[in-house]
Write a protein that binds this ligand. Structure first.
Ligand code: R5P
Length: 290
């Protein structure tokens, strides 16, 4: 097995190479003055079983395009089998048609990866696991919750896990199980035209004395976590922290979360935001799936 480190890896390629004792080949890369990407695999990998590492954190379009270019190049130079480790898969939230005529973006991304020649896709905590069925090959999903829970235990005394929407229920349940505490979830509605969200609680009861740990798959603008935090605080929470697996943190999200009184912000190194947040390295969990 040969690890090929793509153009956006957050160091996961190097750690996988060490953990697995596998040779690491780094992709050569440049961007032309007009913004187009160039990639080159600087090694003969003909007949090799290749593990390509490339996350699709912002800038998503560039990182995705480079992923597609690298897969095709690997095929062209004769790699016998390509496993794509894509720790964060961009475009995963549009996984169904909410309004007529909408593109199902995750379907396009996964179809492209498959048709370009990826045999196995490895990813971390997807938005909806079911949507990975659009990839007509082997899929391996890494669960980051046990690793995150070990870190959460360091800063909470009396945890209560809260998912900010129904989609986060399973995630909240898994984290609560690891922490040995109770969990619940809120209801979120999104206006499909304006994108505006409304989060409300249904019979949650008092959270007095609890260190509430909000958990979601993605923190993007921070709007969802801020609304959930307001509810937790209004119910008497002792503290509120936010665990988002993939911390995109766009448009001033970090400042917004801090202003809302959120104590700790934690995620996984599938995405590395510019702010200083606690990130758990997921490489060892990926390594055991390869
Ligand atoms: C959507 O349902 C996701 O699970 C997240 O809740 C969402 O992406 C968070 O976005 P934001 O931080 O912008 O509210």
């Amino acid at each position: 097995m040969i690890i090929v480190g793509g153009t956006a890896t957050n160091g996961i390629d190097e750690r996988l190479s060490k953990l697995l004792g596998a040779r690491l080949v780094k992709v050569e890369h440049k961007v032309f003055p007009d913004g187009e990407s160039y990639v080159r695999i600087p090694s003969s990998l003909s007949g090799e079983d290749v593990v390509l590492v490339q996350t699709t954190q912002p800038p998503q379009d560039k990182n995705l395009m480079e992923l597609f270019l690298m897969v095709e190049a690997l095929r062209d130079i004769g790699a016998s089998r390509i496993t794509a480790v894509v720790p964060y898969i961009a475009y995963s939230r549009q996984d169904r048609r909410f309004l007529d005529g909408e593109a199902i973006s995750i379907k396009t991304v996964l179809n492209l990866l498959r048709s370009l020649g990826v045999s196995t896709l490895v990813t971390v905590e997807p938005h909806h696991q079911e949507s990975l069925a659009y990839f007509e090959g082997e899929v391996k999903v890494v669960d980051p919750i046990p690793s995150l829970a070990r870190e959460v235990k360091k800063f909470v005394k009396n945890p209560f896990v809260l998912g900010p929407d129904r989609g986060a229920m399973g995630r909240a349940e898994r984290l609560a199980r690891e922490l040995g505490c109770r969990f619940s979830f809120l209801e979120k509605e999104r206006d499909r035209h304006t994108g505006e969200i409304r989060v409300r609680s249904s019979n949650l009861g008092s959270l007095k004395g609890y260190d509430v740990v909000l958990v979601d798959d993605i923190i993007s603008t921070g709007g969802t976590m801020v609304e959930a935090s307001k509810i937790a605080q209004s119910l008497g929470a002792e503290s509120v922290s936010a665990v988002g697996v993939h911390l995109l943190l766009v448009n001033g999200a970090y400042a917004r979360l801090k202003e809302a009184g959120i104590r700790e912000i934690m995620g996984v190194n599938t995405v590395v935001p510019s702010e200083r947040v606690s990130l758990v390295d997921i490489s060892d969990q990926i390594a055991v799936r390869l």
